[in-house]
Write a protein that binds this ligand. Structure first.
Ligand code: 4AD
Ligand code: MG
Length: 431
């Protein structure tokens, strides 16, 4: 045998001898028969060793295996109706790379802090593996949707001289003698890129020094930021709902094993089809007031508000046209009602909150200058950004999709610490 098969492909090898490189997730032995739960990252398979058939040496060798021992296994793939994957392995040879002692994560229940301290090992468990696999498929789907719709990927800088989303939550660092900040959003650079390439997107990390400890906030998260020249607010929403419904259908068709491992109710995901409902901020405020929330026009929404709004729908909902006062400086005002912006937040169903935020951008040079003055932003620091309105300004729009919140929603997870391999949280920088 010259190469090892991966477990996920074993249903194609029924009756054949295969070789697998992996780890022992679990072992049960009756003294006459040993069942090994073998994992290799692509999936799990049950290996069976019958004492009378396998011979004493192989059986004794297998008896020494412990949880997370590393092995190379050879065996014959058998059809097995009781197995989730339809196959099991009759083990014929075993070579042990390491017998593991005292693996800290046992099949018993562990507390969240313990698991987070052992995140480097926790990601081996079947649920965590499923989440990371789905995250990867979501990224693949986002890229293929955008690539197929004529978007070009452009990478904005991570180290920046100024802020994009406001100065309150910037991570400061020294850039030799100058001050620098870790990026909060690549948007301003993506606006420059859209004027060069038309339709662009970035995919990278964003950093927010937010002192909020919620189940929706990470300090370091990943964002996809498409930006389109010659695009309106309406165009912007159409791309967003097309993208999200494509991503959900891609996961449904390609991740059934992983969704099952997570116990995800897929009937909820099947309903996620464009077009998505839209309500205005004004309508959302009236709805909240009618439902006994103490909120006034001009207030921003918190998690309970977003949850209450989203609960009325079976798919994501756009809340559009927020007051300009609670949104970023670059958002274009609605020409027919300048006190609100041509923006929208997409709220995921089932209480997951805002997964996308976007807007049309101010394209008028005068108006943008006024906004800079109102927000006390330095015209010198942002001179390059103002140039974009001096040299061939056009209507344009874009949005930011938060990857971890999207993965959390699609996987049905409680907290954003799980959809990212090594979360950075308010009180956690380890491992
Ligand atoms: O709404 P936000 O702050 O928008 C921007 O940064 C714009 N510049 C995007 C653009 O128009 N190009 O962030 C966009 C999305 C949010 O909807 C949310 O999904 C996610 O990023 N997000 C976070 N995810 C995890 N932890 C945090 N602290 C997040 N902050 C925002
Ligand atoms: Mg937002």
């Amino acid at each position: 045998m010259s190469y090892a098969q991966v477990i996920a492909t074993l249903p194609d090898y029924i009756g054949k001898t295969v070789s697998i490189n992996g780890w022992i997730a679990n072992k049960r032995s009756s003294g006459k028969i040993i069942f090994l739960q073998i994992r290799d990252g692509s999936g799990f398979i049950q290996g069976v060793i019958v004492r009378d058939e396998a011979g004493e040496e192989l059986f004794q060798n297998a008896e020494t295996l412990t949880q997370e021992s590393s092995v190379r296994v050879q065996g014959i793939v058998r059809k097995d109706e009781r197995s989730k994957t339809g196959v099991e392995l009759s083990v014929t040879a075993l070579s042990v790379l390491q017998i593991t002692h005292d693996y800290p994560i046992t099949p018993k229940e562990h507390g969240v802090e313990f698991l987070m301290d052992h995140r480097h090992l926790w990601i081996r468990s079947s649920k965590q593996r499923a989440i990371l696999k789905i995250r990867s498929e979501i990224i693949k789907a986002i890229r293929s949707f955008l690539d197929d719709h004529d978007f070009t990927q452009v990478d904005p800088p991570i180290l920046t001289p100024s802020s994009c989303e406001g100065t309150t939550n910037l991570f400061h660092t020294k850039y030799f003698e100058e001050d620098a900040y870790l990026t909060q959003s690549g948007q301003l650079y993506m606006e420059a890129a859209a004027m060069a390439l038309g339709r662009v997107y970035s995919f990278g990390p964003a950093f927010r020094a937010e002192r909020s400890k919620t189940r929706r906030h990470l300090i370091e998260f990943w964002m996809i930021e498409p930006e389109m020249a010659f695009a309106s607010h309406e165009d912007n929403l159409a791309v967003q709902e097309g993208l999200i419904s494509y991503v959900v259908s891609h996961v449904l068709s390609n991740c059934s094993v992983e969704l099952a491992a997570l116990g995800r109710d897929t009937s909820k995901l099947e309903k996620v089809q464009a077009p998505f409902p839209r309500i205005t901020y004004d309508e959302a405020i009236s709805f909240l007031q009618a439902n006994s929330f103490e909120i006034n026009w001009g207030d921003d929404f918190g998690a309970p508000h977003e949850t209450a709004i989203a609960k009325q729908y079976d798919r994501p909902v756009f809340v559009e046209k927020y007051p300009v006062g609670i949104k970023a400086f670059y958002m274009k005002p609605d020409p027919s009602r300048p006190e609100v912006a041509l923006c929208a937040d997409m709220l995921a169903p089932e209480g997951y909150g805002e997964i996308v935020g976007g807007s049309a951008r101010i394209d008028d040079p005068e108006l943008l200058l006024n906004r800079f003055r109102e927000h006390q932003l330095s015209e010198e620091d942002y001179a390059w950004y103002l140039d974009l309105r001096k040299y061939g300004t056009v209507p344009h729009a874009g949005f930011g999709l938060g990857l971890e919140r999207t993965v959390a929603w699609i996987c049905g997870l409680e907290h954003v610490r799980e959809p990212i391999p090594f979360p950075r949280l308010l009180y956690r920088l380890y491992p």
